[in-house]
Design a binder for this molecule. Structure first.
Ligand code: ADP
Length: 407
């Protein structure tokens, strides 16, 4: 008798044994019987043709029948089921006393070995697809979250602007009504309102900037600029607060800073001011802030180093995200330049957006966060040196400044 005939002979016993062992309950067994018959048909085809790939369709079907829950829990691998079927096959061969039992066993082994391999491969493929889908979903929901954050910022900023303008207007009217000769209580109170509204306007402007950057709506006006001039204006602006904080602000005249480059000077000034006010804010009284830099092929690097509290390496990416402020929010001091006077956490994302809009890049270096040892922080800004603006119109306007040629 051929192996195929012997297999056909053990078929009823095999089907009954496997179905009873693997499918508990009559209803389940009923539907499983059809599957087992197909499995056995495939085994016979594989043995008859010597091609174990006959098993692939039924195995793939079994693997693909796994539910999403089983996939996410990494459960229900086909491996234990195939092992049990193989074991039952061996028992059935013994029990039915097949004369060619060994021969049948010999024919079955390569088929099962292929079945293990095929089901494992298909299971991995399924898992990869599942994980990819999960990642995609996570990315979609993150993007949606980011979008609603961005929409909220933009709406809130515009909604806050109107009442703020009203407060500013009324404060100005009260100021005008107060006697100017001597400083009255009224003047002190109005000054308090002015300080508050000024800070609120800065926050609203930051919110608008961050939503412009988020929505790719930021427009730059490229003009000729000299970094050393921007930096000395900045030093003048910060002189008072540096003195208040008893800090030492050192600005080096580094190579390339006196060279002309094209950029949006207001925006570059804003970015550098954010970095410098942060350096002052997160450095204790008496500390030092240094501005240095170097010329690189096609770029200029500006380095802002402080002797402050530092930033944990794990947070080096977080601080460039919207609202990526660190530490306990309730402990933040409210002043813009007071020690650790944290703001809404928009300064660095705006700075990054502004620098990247110029084709530059920004990164931070710090050994860690330690308010006692103060390991310090260094921000690096790499800006392209532009001998002409990217925009044609402005290029025409400023061409005599750059190369003297008429365009
Ligand atoms: P904030 O308005 O809170 O200052 P930023 O976006 O400017 O927001 O900065 C985000 C966070 O990065 C800050 O809350 C602070 O924790 C940290 N940070 C920024 N600059 C420095 C620095 N020079 N030294 C230490 N920490 C800093």
């Amino acid at each position: 008798m051929s192996v195929v005939d012997s297999l056909s002979q053990i078929r009823p016993v095999w089907i009954s044994r496997v179905s009873h062992q693997l499918a508990r309950g009559a209803v389940l067994r009923e539907s499983f019987l059809a599957q087992l018959n197909r499995f056995f048909d495939a085994v016979i085809q594989a043995v008859a043709s010597g091609d174990p790939s006959w098993m692939d369709p039924i195995l793939n079907e079994w693997v693909e029948a796994r539910t999403q829950t089983e996939l996410s829990l990494n459960e229900a691998s086909l491996y234990p089921i195939l092992s049990e079927i193989l074991q039952i096959t061996q028992e059935v061969l013994k029990e039915t006393n097949q004369a060619d039992g060994l021969e049948i066993w010999g024919a079955m082994l390569p088929i099962f070995s292929r079945a293990y391999e095929q089901s494992a491969r298909r299971e991995i493929e399924m898992r990869v697809v599942h994980v990819q889908r999960e990642l995609q979903l996570a990315q979609f929901s993150l993007e949606r979250l980011d979008r609603s954050k961005s929409d909220f910022i933009s709406i809130a900023a515009h909604e806050l602007k109107t009442p703020l303008t009203l407060i500013e207007g009324y404060a100005a009217m009260i100021r005008d009504m107060l006697p100017k000769e001597q400083e009255s209580m009224g003047q002190v109170l109005v000054k308090g309102i002015d300080n508050g509204t000024k800070r609120l306007r800065e926050i609203i402007d930051d919110m608008i900037d961050v939503s412009l950057i988020d929505n790719n709506l930021l427009t730059l006006t490229f003009q000729p600029l000299w970094l050393n001039r921007l930096l000395s204006t900045l030093r003048e602006e910060l002189k008072e607060i540096v003195a208040q904080r008893k800090q030492n602000l050192i600005m080096h005249n580094f190579e390339g800073c006196e060279e002309l480059t094209f950029g949006d000077s207001e925006r570059i000034y804003q970015a550098l001011r954010n970095l410098l006010t942060n350096a002052i804010k997160y450095t204790p009284d008496g500390g030092q802030v240094t501005v240095d830099g170097r010329k690189l092929p096609g770029f200029i690097e500006i380095i802002i180093e402080d002797t402050g509290i530092g930033i944990d390496p794990d947070d080096h990416a977080v601080i460039f995200e919207k609202f990526g402020r660190l530490g306990n929010v309730s402990l933040h001091s409210s002043g813009k330049t007071k020690f650790k006077g944290g703001g809404p956490g928009l300064g660095l994302p705006i700075t990054k957006g502004l620098i990247e809009a110029h084709g530059g890049t920004i990164w931070v270096e710090s050994d860690g966060y330690d308010e006692v040892k103060c390991p310090g922080t260094t921000f690096h800004v790499l800006l392209p040196m532009r001998k002409e603006p990217p925009d044609d119109k402005i290029a025409k306007l400023f061409s005599p400044l750059t190369d003297g040629k008429q365009r």
